[in-house]
Design a protein around this ligand. Sequence first.
Ligand SMILES: [Zn+2]
Ligand SMILES: [Zn+2]
Length: 214
Amino acid sequence: MRAAIIPVTPFEQNCMLLWNDKTKKGAVIDPGGDLERIRKVIDESGVTVEKIILTHGHIDHAGGAAELREQLGVPVEGPHEADRPLLERLPEQGRVYGLAGVRAVTPDRWLNEGDTVTIGGLVLNVLHCPGHSPGSVVLVSPEERFALVGDVLFNGSVGRTDLPGGDGAALIHAIKTKLLPLGDDVTFICGHGPMSTIGQERATNPFLQEGMLA
Ligand SMILES: [Zn+2]
Ligand SMILES: [Zn+2]
């Protein structure tokens, strides 16, 4: 698998083009905006995009999804349906943050715990990890020891829980019961900032240390 990270929107969100180097087929994850920049990376890579995947319904991740779906003629998969209200209110999120022309999006497929998603032939497992948003999902490739975690977990931090539908206790519970057990050697790409590993976060993330009241 190959990955290109494309920072988009004023929130510096890590949009990603993920593809199989053998087949040159892949997916765009979290196209929050700046579609010209995303299209340029797709064109330069020579990758055929088969689908768009959303980790959750916040504007910096989903704000460009409806338009990119139209441009590429591919389906949108994810997040969990609990984020439907967020995706329906994307134009309002846009007005709040001063971003023009943001459209609502209804995914072609909602994702549930235990589902699988394929990207260029690679199978990823779906984990439903509410807390940052009610419908946040994490995608894991046990084979490649790799995960896409959206805004659930960051290098040295965790997702904010003060936005509508946020739940701090649920977030820490999801990280401890679903992400930490994936294994210390699993590398993850998150929605903002540098990548990390489960092992590094288990050892040093201040939100995950024993005795920490979340
Ligand atoms: Zn978010
Ligand atoms: Zn974000």
